[in-house]
Design a protein around this ligand. Structure first.
Ligand SMILES: [Zn+2]
Length: 120
């Protein structure tokens, strides 16, 4: 269901929650390129909007011959909810690779980085 009239690069994502629900997402491009949203974040935001914030795995598929890992922004958004979740990459030939999000984003920004230093 990707909307990709500018790049022609179609991506789909399927997010598995801890209660085995699946939320799907696709990339949605816009003529203002910076407003484009990735399939991965699209799936996460759908899940969160439905009250789901505990994730086990995310599968990403595209038309590419290459395995398409999530971009940095998506890695950070996924890490907010499940830093050790499994990421499954699939290429156009139907081959898959599996890895931990913590390997893709070993040092995510998180809440503890936002806390103010205590007074001396
Ligand atoms: Zn992304």
């Amino acid at each position: 269901m990707a909307y990709a009239p500018y790049s022609g690069f179609r991506v789909g994502a399927a997010l598995l929650t801890v209660d085995n629900s699946i939320f799907t997402g696709c990339n949605v491009e816009n003529s203002c390129y910076s407003l484009t949203i990735c399939a991965e974040r699209n799936a996460v935001f759908k899940a969160v909007a439905e009250g789901q914030t505990r994730f086990k795995a995310l599968a990403i598929a595209s038309d590419s011959k290459e395995f398409l890992p999530p971009c940095g922004a998506c890695r950070q958004v996924l890490s907010e909810f499940a830093p050790r979740m499994t990421i499954i990459l699939s290429n156009a030939a139907g081959q898959t690779r599996s890895m931990s999000l913590s390997k893709l984003l070993p040092k995510p920004a998180n809440l503890k980085h936002l806390r103010k230093r205590s007074a001396r």
